[in-house]
Design a binder for this molecule. Sequence first.
Ligand SMILES: *Cc1c(COP(=O)(O)O)cnc(C)c1O
Length: 462
Amino acid sequence: MNYISTRGAAPVLGFEAAMMTGLARDGGLYVPETVPELSPPEIAALAGLPYEEAAYRVMAPFIGDTFGEAEFRSLIDAAYAGFGHPARAPLKQLGPNHSLLELFHGPTLAFKDFAMQLIGQMFQAALTRSGERITIVGATSGDTGSAAIEAFRGLANVDVFILYPHGRVSEVQRRQMTTARENNVHALAVDGDFDTCQGLLKDMFNDFTFRDEVRLAGVNSINWARVLAQVVYYFTAAVSLGAPHRKVSFTVPTGNFGDIFAGHVARAMGLGIDKLVVATNQNDILHRALSTGAYMTEAVQPSISPSMDIQVSSNFERALFDAYGRDGPVVAAQMDELKATGGFTISQGALQSLREGFASGRVSEADTSATITRIAEETGEVLCPHSAVGVAVAEQHLTDTPMVTLATAHPAKFPDAVEAATGLRPPLPSRMADLYERPERVTRAPGDLAAVEEIIRERTAV
Ligand SMILES: *Cc1c(COP(=O)(O)O)cnc(C)c1O
């Protein structure tokens, strides 16, 4: 299985190298050269299987010979053993034709754990084999960082640095990042917003001297292995609602377009997905781009769903690559224009192709909050603000086809917003009840490439 860059000018890599590399050397993102398909009988056979078995069957065609069958199975088992629900990704019914896919039963209470726990296992296995040491740097709007720290803390061959926007993450998110005791974990509070952090990360990857010096690896959703792990739950949810005999639609609270892109991959593999609906908060660049064809960045407006406060949505590049018939140079030109001018215009043909694949909607802060209130009253289900954005948009797209909304975080991760909407403060699960007592350890950093690189050099020097 070969992986190629969305900008068409980086080396073609196998699965292991693509996973360890993260961003391609031409600035693009790796995607599979061809997407393996599952036949309808193979999809039907996933029904009723344990999550881990379904995960093995969906992901195995993508990993080539990186891991043997027994080894890959044991990595998957280890990845999901710490989840607080035996189904891993349980479905709950919200209404006659609308279900919620709860993706927040992992160790840090957000869907990011599905991918991060698995790549933690996969990185460890690959590094143990090669004897190499790497430096993982991640940018986070809150949830990626805590999930990465949880997955990599204490591992022997890895240092992990997490860049988060100072003052712009929830207290639970911050504490999950700053209270790890292991010396290989470094939380950096950066002056700026998430796009500042993600921009620093991309610039580090493009600084080849630094990249090679510290052996930089990335675990943001630019990393193909993350997207792959998220493909699995589209299959498990769809088969429990009748796939492959019946189509299913999904609504996905979206920021960096990673989670919804995994749905696009599931569809390319042969899963009968009708609509994939992009749900955004007031930072609605993706909704505007799909509505008008103009992808124009604006200033980030902090919201009550902070993990979606993003203007530069990196995985959208993967969708554009497919919409442009996999023309790398065209994608590279559009991304250069984005960097130079803050925006670009999608061609008519590519826009039409995107609209065939994706619908979209945007939710205001007031409607997000009202949705949390109403769903709690009607169903007893307490939504986090991101999941509420998803539910509100999904309700605008209900048809005869079953709709699944992805619930991306546990309400206790965003207690202020949930308390404001429902009057009740959602308690943390007992396994993390002492979070507020643990000492914090964090380094404040300016939003400046040279300064952040210097911090990383100092901490990784042997
Ligand atoms: C990361 C995150 C999102 C957005 O996911 P993308 O893959 O970046 O689109 C939505 N909700 C929560 C809770 C998240 O942590």
